[in-house]
Design a protein around this ligand. Structure first.
Ligand code: BGC
Length: 874
C-alpha cells in the first residue's frame, strides 16, 4: 500500500498554499513507495471534481484547469495501485491584482526622527450589509508600515510584523486571512493596528535612515464574502482612525505601551467611535509598487521560553536569563496601579555584571508598559523585535511569579528539515547554535543579525550560508522572494548591492565579490537542493547580469583586481576595528568567485537549453580561471597569500591546472593548518569551505582537528564560552568575558555556522549526489574520536538518513534511502561505490584506529574490510 506523506506547491514545503499567486501551481509530493502512476484529484469549492493521471512526483505541471482568482479547493493524491487517497490539501488562489479598494491612512506626514506612535483604524460593516448564506469570508490586506488585523474584537491571523520587508518601491506582499468564523449576524467591525515598521521607520546603520519608502503609513484591506451560490461580494469598508496605546515604537528602539489609553472594545460592535476621525484615502494608483502574494509563510511566534534563571540585581531590576539567544519579545503578565511603568531591557550577553548593550548600537531595544490598573494585565509588544538572551525588568510591581514573563521566539514560519547528532557534545551544541542563528535571522528575509541597528539582508552572509540554510529548514519560499528583491535592487543600482533590500545609509555601494555573487550562488544552491530548474530560469537574467558586470570590471581579462572588496571578511587576524583586513589577498578572492559564478551561469544556461549563453559564460569562466592561475598560482601549486583561505578557494573552486598542483597545495594547506595549531584562520569566505578543502587534500583528520579545537579562535571556542548561537566574530566575547572592542560585534550571525552543512555531509556522511537528492551519497567518515554520528534530511524525495557507530574496530552503519531515490555507500578508506536502493539498510565494516601511529599523528582510520550485512533489505 502506497501512502502519500506530504504534498506541496512550487517548492514551498512550509505549507504556503492559501492566497497563492500561481494560477497553475506545480505540485510535488512524497510517497512512501514507488508507483508507476498517481491520480491527482482537485475538488473545487463549487463541487466540481477533476481527476488527472500524473507520472512523476516532482514539480508536476498543474494538471487541472487553471485556478481563477480566489478559486479554491482540495487537492488529493493517490498511487494508482493503491486505494488510499492522501488527506486533502487546501489550495486557494489569491486575488490576482483585483483590488477594489484604496489605501487608508491615519498619518500621511512623517514626524521627527524618533520612534513614532502606532495608530488604530476601524471600519464598521453595518447590520444588513452582509449578504445571507456566507460560506467563506476573506480579508486580503497589506500596509505601508506594519499591521495587525482584528475582527469583532478578535485578532485575525498569526502574522507578526506583516507584510514583512521587501523592496517596497517595487513590490509589497499582501496577506489573505480567513475571517469566516469571525463574522457574525448584526454589525461587524474590522480593526487594524498600524505602525511605521520598515516602510517609514528607522532602518540601517551609521545613523540609519527614516521614511525611505514614503511619508505615509497606510492600510489596504479588502473584505470579500462568498455566498452559497458561489457569488463573491465585496464589502465596502469606511475607515476611521484614532491614536493607539502604543505611544512610541521602532523596530530597533522598542515599543512603549500605555494601557491607560486602551479603548475597550474598539474593534468590536457597539463601540462609540464618535471621536474617531476619518482616515485619509490614498489612491492605490499613486503607488506604483506591485502588490503580490507571498511565496513563504509570514513571520510568526514559534515558541515561548521560560526563564532559566531569575535574579534580583542590586539596582532593584529583575534579571532573567532565558538560556537561549533568540529573536523575539517578552510577554509579561502583571498587576499594578494605574500609571505604574515597567521598563523591559534586552541584551545578548552580560559584561561586567551588567547587560552588554554596547553592541546594540542605536537599537536601544527597550520596551515600556504603563499599567491601566485594571487587575491582571498581559502585554506583548506588537511592532518591535529584539535579539536577546537576557532581559531586565525595571520597576516590576512586587514579586515575580512563575509564568509572569516569557520570551516569545519570533521568526519566519519554516519547516525544519534536517537533524544532526553525534557522540561529541561540543559538535552537537555547535549544530544547535547554527539552527538557532538561522531561526533568529530568518525574520522574513535572511538577515545578518537580529539585535543591533542593522538586521539587513547582507548578500555575502546568505551566499555562504545557503547550503546550510536549505538543509536545515525549507527556506525555498523565503529565498525565492528575497531573490526577486535582489533582482530589483540590482536593476536599480546597476550591480548587486551588498545588502537587499538596499538602504542608502553610507555603506560603500560598490559591486563586491562573495557578496554580489549571492545573485548566482543562492539560486544555484536552491536548484541543487530541490532539483527544480524554475529558480534558475526566474533568476537567469539577474545571474547573467552579475557575471557580465564583473567581466566588464575586469576589462574582460578575467582578473578582478580593482575596487572595493570585503574579501575574507572577519578572518581572526583582522584587527577588531578593521574586519576586512584579512591576510588573504582580496583580489584573489574576487577573481576566484568570478570563475565560480561564471561557471555556474554556464552550467545553468546549459540546463536551461540556452546553448549560446552556455558557451559564452564558459569562455568567460575559462578566461577568468587562466587569469587566476597566471596571477595567483605558481606552476608547482603554491598560492599567492599562502593562507588557508587562498588555498581552500583554489582547491574547492577547482582552480588548479593539474593534480600535481592540487597535491602540492593540499600538502601546504595541511602544513598551514597544523602550524596554526588547528586554530581557525579563515573568515566569511574560507570558513565554509576549509573543511572541504582539507578533505580534498586527503585529510579528514585535519578537518576533525579543526572542528574539535576549542581554543580561540575556533568553532568550539564560543561553545566553551556558553554560546547558544553562532557569533559574528570568532571572539565576539574575549576569554576574560569582555565584549570584543570592535563596534561591530554580534552574538548571533549565521555566516561562520556555514560549517553545519559539512557536519551533515562529511561527518555523518549524508550528501546529495545529484540535484534534488535523486541520488544520495552515504560516506561516513569516522574520526576525531567520535563514537557515533547521525544525520537525517527530509529531502524533496523523502527522508534520507544515516547513522554510524564505532565500537573498537567495528563500524556499523544504518542507512535510509527514500523511495524515489537511489544511493551509493562509500566505506571509509575505500573508493568502491556500493549501490543501495530505497529502504533501510545495515552494514558493518572494520576500521583500524591510527591514533597512535607516529607517522600519522592524528586520529582516524584506514583500510576497511566492508562486510555487507543485509544488502537491499527494505
Ligand atoms: C554585517 C555583516 C556583513 C558585513 C559586510 C556587517 O556589518 O553584519 O554580516 O556581511 O557587514 O560589510
Amino acid at each position: 500500500m502506497t501512502n502519500i506523506i506530504e504534498i506541496w506547491l512550487e517548492n514551498r514545503r512550509d505549507g504556503m498554499t492559501i492566497g497563492i499567486g500561481e494560477a497553475e501551481p506545480r505540485i510535488s509530493f512524497v510517497a512512501d513507495a514507488v508507483a508507476s502512476a498517481f491520480d491527482a484529484e482537485f475538488t473545487a469549492d463549487d463541487g466540481t471534481v477533476q481527476v488527472e493521471r500524473i507520472l512523476s512526483t516532482q514539480n508536476v505541471p498543474w494538471p487541472f484547469a487553471p485556478l481563477a482568482a480566489r478559486e479554491g479547493g482540495g487537492l488529493r493524491i493517490r498511487a494508482v495501485d493503491s486505494g488510499v487517497w492522501s488527506e486533502p490539501l487546501r489550495i486557494e488562489a489569491g486575488i490576482a491584482d483585483d483590488w477594489r479598494v484604496d489605501f487608508v491612512s491615519p498619518s500621511v506626514v512623517a514626524g521627527r526622527d524618533a520612534p513614532r506612535p502606532a495608530y488604530l483604524l476601524r471600519a464598521v460593516v453595518a447590520e444588513g450589509a452582509l449578504p445571507e448564506g456566507i460560506v467563506r469570508a476573506r480579508i486580503h490586506s497589506t500596509a505601508h508600515g506594519v499591521y495587525e488585523l482584528e475582527v469583532n474584537g478578535e485578532r485575525i491571523g498569526d502574522d507578526v510584523l506583516a507584510p514583512g520587508w521587501t523592496s517596497y518601491s517595487h513590490r509589497i506582499r499582501y496577506q489573505t486571512h480567513d475571517v469566516t468564523a469571525a463574522l457574525r449576524g448584526g454589525e461587524n467591525v474590522v480593526g487594524a493596528w498600524l505602525a511605521d515598521g520598515w516602510y517609514r521607520g528607522h532602518i540601517g546603520f551609521d545613523g540609519g535612515v527614516w521614511d525611505i519608502y514614503g511619508s505615509d503609513v497606510a492600510l489596504l484591506a479588502q473584505l470579500e464574502v462568498t455566498t452559497t451560490d458561489g457569488m463573491i461580494h465585496h464589502v465596502p469598508l469606511a475607515w476611521t482612525t484614532a491614536p493607539s496605546p502604543i505611544i512610541e515604537v521602532g523596530l530597533y528602539e522598542g515599543e512603549s505601551f500605555d494601557a491607560r489609553l486602551e479603548q475597550d472594545g474598539w474593534s468590536a460592535p457597539g463601540f462609540d467611535a464618535s471621536r474617531w476621525t476619518p482616515a485619509a484615502i490614498l489612491p492605490r494608483a499613486d503607488f506604483p509598487a506591485a502588490i503580490e502574494p507571498p511565496t513563504a509563510l509570514p513571520v510568526q511566534a514559534t515558541e515561548t521560553l521560560r526563564p532559566a534563571s531569575v535574579t534580583r540585581q542590586p539596582s532593584g531590576r529583575i534579571r532573567l536569563d532565558f538560556g537561549q539567544n533568540i529573536s523575539g519579545v517578552l510577554r509579561i503578565r502583571l498587576r499594578a496601579d494605574a500609571g505604574h511603568t515597567v521598563t523591559l531591557h534586552h541584551a545578548e550577553v552580560i559584561e561586567n555584571g551588567e547587560l552588554g548593550i554596547r553592541p546594540l548600537r542605536a537599537a536601544t531595544s527597550v520596551d515600556t508598559y504603563t499599567a491601566a490598573g485594571t487587575g491582571e494585565e498581559i502585554y506583548r509588544p506588537r511592532f518591535t523585535i529584539h535579539g536577546f538572551q537576557y532581559a531586565e525588568l525595571e520597576n516590576w510591581p512586587g514579586e515575580l511569579r512563575d509564568g509572569d514573563v516569557e520570551a516569545v521566539v519570533i521568526h519566519t514560519g519554516m519547516r525544519r528539515t534536517a537533524w544532526f547528532e553525534s557522540s561529541n557534545e561540543g559538535l552537537d551544541k555547535l549544530h544547535s547554535n547554527v539552527v538557532w542563528s538561522m531561526r533568529d535571522n530568518f525574520v522574513d528575509l535572511p538577515t545578518d543579525c537580529p539585535q543591533r541597528d542593522e538586521r539587513v539582508g547582507w548578500t555575502g552572509d546568505i551566499q555562504v550560508f545557503a547550503p546550510t540554510a536549505l538543509r536545515l529548514f525549507a527556506a525555498h519560499g523565503t529565498l525565492t522572494g528575497w531573490l526577486r528583491d535582489l533582482a530589483f535592487e540590482q536593476a536599480d543600482q546597476g550591480h548587486v548591492p551588498n545588502f537587499v533590500p538596499w538602504v542608502e545609509c553610507g555603506f560603500p555601494n560598490f559591486p563586491t565579490a562573495a557578496w554580489g555573487d549571492a545573485a548566482v550562488i543562492v539560486p544555484w544552491e536552491m536548484y541543487r537542493n530541490d532539483g527544480d530548474l524554475r529558480i534558475l530560469a526566474d533568476q537567469f537574467a539577474s545571474m547573467r547580469a552579475w557575471v557580465d558586470l564583473v567581466d566588464d570590471l575586469t576589462g574582460h581579462t578575467g582578473l578582478w583586481n580593482t575596487g572595493f572588496q570585503l574579501g575574507d571578511w572577519l578572518d581572526p587576524t583582522a584587527p577588531p576595528e578593521d574586519p576586512g583586513k584579512s591576510h588573504t589577498d582580496k583580489y584573489l578572492v574576487a577573481t576566484a568567485y568570478h570563475v565560480r559564478t561564471a561557471r555556474i551561469v554556464a552550467d545553468s544556461a546549459a540546463l536551461l537549453g540556452e546553448d549560446a549563453d552556455a558557451a559564452r559564460y564558459r569562455a568567460i569562466a575559462d578566461r577568468a580561471a587562466r587569469a587566476f592561475q597566471d596571477e595567483f598560482l605558481s606552476d608547482s601549486g603554491r598560492v599567492v597569500s599562502d593562507t588557508p583561505t587562498s588555498i581552500a578557494v583554489a582547491l574547492v573552486f577547482e582552480l588548479f591546472e593539474n593534480e600535481d598542483q592540487v597535491l602540492r597545495a593540499g600538502a601546504r594547506l595541511q602544513e598551514l593548518v597544523g602550524a596554526g595549531g588547528f586554530h581557525i584562520s579563515t573568515g566569511f569566505v574560507g570558513t565554509p569551505i576549509i573543511c572541504d578543502a582539507l578533505v580534498r587534500a586527503g585529510s579528514m583528520d585535519y578537518a576533525y582537528h579543526l572542528l574539535l579545537q576549542d581554543e580561540l579562535p575556533s568553532w568550539l571556542y564560543p561553545v566553551s564560552m556558553g554560546a547558544t548561537t553562532i557569533w559574528e566574530r570568532w571572539d565576539s566575547m574575549l576569554p576574560d568575558g569582555s565584549i570584543n572592542p570592535g563596534d561591530m560585534t554580534s552574538f548571533n550571525h549565521y555566516a561562520l555556522g556555514a560549517v553545519a552543512d559539512f557536519l551533515h555531509r562529511a561527518v555523518a556522511g549524508l550528501a546529495a549526489d545529484a540535484p534534488g537528492w535523486e541520488r544520495i551519497r552515504f560516506e561516513p567518515r569516522p574520526g576525531g574520536g567520535l563514537e557515533r554520528a547521525s544525520a537525517r534530511y527530509d529531502s524533496v524525495r523523502g527522508t534520507a538518513s544515516i547513522s554510524w557507530q564505532r565500537e573498537g574496530e567495528r563500524l556499523s552503519i544504518e542507512l535510509e534511502v527514500p523511495a524515489a531515490s537511489t544511493g551509493i555507500l562509500v566505506l571509509p578508506g575505500s573508493a568502491e561505490q556500493i549501490p543501495v536502493g530505497p529502504g533501510r539498510h545495515s552494514f558493518a565494516t572494520t576500521v583500524r584506529s591510527v591514533d597512535d601511529d607516529p607517522d600519522r599523528p592524528f586520529f582516524g582510520w584506514r583500510r576497511p574490510e566492508p562486510v555487507l550485512e543485509n544488502e537491499g533489505a527494505a
